[in-house]
Write a protein that binds this ligand. Structure first.
Ligand SMILES: Cc1cc2nc3c(=O)[nH]c(=O)nc-3n(C[C@H](O)[C@H](O)[C@H](O)COP(=O)(O)OP(=O)(O)OC[C@H]3O[C@@H](n4cnc5c(N)ncnc54)[C@H](O)[C@@H]3O)c2cc1C
Length: 614
């Protein structure tokens, strides 16, 4: 059977037949048969359906070993096709028959996405190359939609003393009660998870240390635009208007964040710094100390805390011998570099990641003589080829709801994504040959990721170690930004930097674009060693093929971590909110899951690395 030769009806029937066979085998608990419906190189990814965690299983044996423990406790039924089928391909496997499906568990509605290979020689029919099963909604806590909007009794409203605004203002003041959840950080990740919690009727407060929502973007350098296109950057529930530009300017995004919080009725306290706190094991809640905008300190006792601090908030600052002698400003790139008077000055930018390039480019155009110090290699990609990894979002922008595109994206587990990105990043490097050759010529140290998977996997693993060229690479190739590569700073002298190879450079200003400490250190700074050690290293793809301690339950009860790029924060805040709701409502009967509970810290594959290479 070749999927491409079938009519649309026949494809739908083939998908229905496969789903019926899957459903039947699961109902009979015939796990051998279920596992046999997977391709030998197939991946089954489960997001909260068969346990309270994210799971990636690769191959028939892994599925067979997992199912008895998982499915016996979390059955699914009523597996049914949802919409039309598409024809696709993946790696060397083609064509694939792809479709959404829906199913039910005892407590939830589920959604899934499958990619089938026809396998004409297999006696028992098509095999799944990828299979995603994901929790969509708790049955007891349905979310509103266009057909089930909250409906106010207007005759009652007419008699009430307070109106919507009065109630909204009262709710966000927390005069006499504490929220159930505190979200630390009012960037896009914090706001989206809070919006989702709000839809699940959970009282969540976002605390944001800056004066105004969006300041995290307003305070970044003047010319900043998002580097990925709008098609992948939509917010949960509220996609950007269709007339918005492909690359959103930072202040436009900042204002959107502010608007989003209001539109989604997210409670935010700005000018409020989370000072830290601790977990009260006995009471099963947190003590969270907040320094409010008026300088007072208030301790709140939420059951849950979501860390949405961004990269970690703690800059990585190398110790420089002779720093006192240097004489000029030495600042980290997270400070207001726009405020430095650089015209005619010699500036050394230490680092070669995204921030380093952006700062170097900015300073060059502001009249500085800029040199970049690169200690270790970086992945460079032109803006044109950087779109390839998210072609899925481009193709589906305005065509299907972003949640559906997120499900298709989630159906490709990280290990498979890494396999896809080896050939893809090679192709991107070929497209960028002229740029990369030019960089090599001036001695720039290039890499293609630790496993040859290019920038996109670096982005997913730790958001560092790459640069999407918006012009700084060209300036380096042209010699307008000088480069010192493969050395370290040995010491500083008055207005001079001496490198480890004995050479030296005149400098008036040093900008340390040296990245940030791992996010686990941010957790440590707020909640201490015990909590940070329970959470373990955050980010990177663990040996189990899932991100470490992100979005799902962590080793610390009541603590979740959100963040990353917009697509990840948007898609996975859905699951974070479902889990928090379940914990608050007592739906997760025991914290330990069929497969052993929250992931222990030691599951990590490689050490965390949030620092920008330099
Ligand atoms: C030049 C550039 C281009 C980018 N382009 C894209 C793109 O196109 N697409 C994309 O997805 N991503 C892009 N990113 C990445 C983007 O920065 C991150 O995706 C995003 O900012 C992370 O969001 P976040 O909410 O996790 O963290 P942040 O946006 O950093 O927000 C964290 C918030 O927490 C607050 N905070 C920290 N500590 C505390 C505390 N103790 N108490 C209270 N509040 C606190 C901070 O003030 C901040 O507002 C880009 C980044 C840069 C710099």
């Amino acid at each position: 059977m070749n999927w491409t030769n079938l009519s649309a009806d026949e494809r739908r029937q083939a998908a229905r037949d496969w789903l019926a066979a899957l459903s039947g085998a699961l109902a009979r608990r015939d796990y051998r048969r279920v596992a046999g419906m997977m391709h030998g190189d197939g991946y089954w990814r489960d997001l909260l359906t068969f346990g309270w965690e994210f799971r990636t299983l690769h191959g028939i044996e892994a599925v067979r070993a997992w199912l008895p423990g998982a499915f016996d406790r979390h059955c699914i039924s009523d597996v049914r096709l949802d919409g039309d089928c598409a024809i696709g391909s993946m790696l060397e496997y083609r064509p694939t028959l792809e479709f959404f499906f829906r199913f039910e568990t005892e407590m939830a509605h589920g959604r899934g996405y499958a990619r089938l290979l026809a396998e004409p020689d297999a006696p028992d029919g098509p095999k799944a190359l990828t299979l995603l099963t994901a929790m969509h909604e708790w049955k007891s806590f349905p979310q509103s939609n266009a057909r089930s909007r909250p409906r106010e009794d207007l005759s009652l409203a007419a008699r009430q003393a307070d109106n919507w605004l009065d109630r909204r203002n009262a709710a966000r003041q927390y005069r006499e009660h504490d929220p159930q959840v505190i979200v630390i950080g009012g960037g896009q990740a914090g706001l989206m998870v809070a919006a989702r919690l709000r839809q699940l009727d959970i009282d969540a407060l976002v605390v944001e240390k800056t004066a105004r929502i969006g300041d995290v973007w307003r305070n970044r350098y003047h010319s900043l635009h998002l580097h990925n296109e709008t098609c992948m950057n939509h917010f949960a529930y509220l996609p950007f208007p269709e007339h918005w530009p492909a690359f959103i300017p930072k202040d436009k995004l900042a204002d959107w964040l502010e608007f989003y919080a209001e539109a989604m009725e997210v409670n935010v306290w700005t000018g409020t710094l989370c000072l830290g706190g601790g977990y009260d094991e006995g009471a099963g809640c947190w003590n969270v100390r907040l320094r409010l905008a008026d300088g007072s300190v208030r301790t709140m006792r939420p059951s849950h805390v979501v860390i949405a601090l961004g990269v970690s908030g703690i800059p990585s600052i190398p110790e420089l011998v002779g720093a006192r002698e240097f004489g000029g400003p030495i600042v980290h790139s997270n400070s207001d570099t726009d405020a430095l008077a650089v015209d005619g000055k010699s500036v050394l930018v230490v680092g070669a990641g995204n921030s380093a390039h952006d700062v170097a480019q900015q300073m060059h155009w502001r009249g500085a003589k800029v040199a970049m110090l690169q200690r270790s290699s970086v992945t460079i990609v032109s803006l044109e080829s950087s779109v390839r990894p998210y072609q899925l979002y481009r193709d589906n922008d305005g065509v299907r709801p972003i949640e559906d595109t997120d499900l298709i994206a989630a159906s490709v587990p990280y290990p498979l994504l890494a396999r896809l990105h080896r050939p893809l990043s090679k192709r991107m490097a070929e497209e960028d040959k002229d740029l990369l050759d030019g960089l090599r010529k001036v001695g720039f140290l290039l890499d293609n990721g630790e496993d040859d998977t290019g920038y996109f996997l670096k982005l997913l693993r730790y958001q560092a170690g790459y640069y999407l060229n918006i012009g700084a690479s060209d300036l380096i190739v042209e010699g307008k930004i000088k480069l010192k590569a493969g050395v370290d700073i040995a010491r500083l002298r008055p207005s001079e930097v001496v490198f480890s190879d004995g050479t030296s450079l005149h400098a008036d200003i040093i900008v340390l674009a040296t990245g940030y400490q791992p996010l686990q250190e941010g957790v440590r700074a707020l909640f201490g060693d015990e909590v940070a050690d329970r959470v373990g290293p955050i980010w990177d793809i663990g040996a189990d093929g899932e991100l470490c301690a992100m979005y799902a339950r962590t080793g610390q009860p009541g603590l979740y971590v959100s963040g990353g790029g917009l697509p990840g924060a948007r898609a996975y805040s859905h699951y974070t909110a479902l889990l928090i709701k379940a914990e608050i409502e007592g739906l997760l009967v025991d914290r330990r899951s069929a497969s052993g509970g929250a992931r222990p810290p030691e599951r990590r594959a490689e050490p965390a690395a949030a620092a920008t290479p330099y």
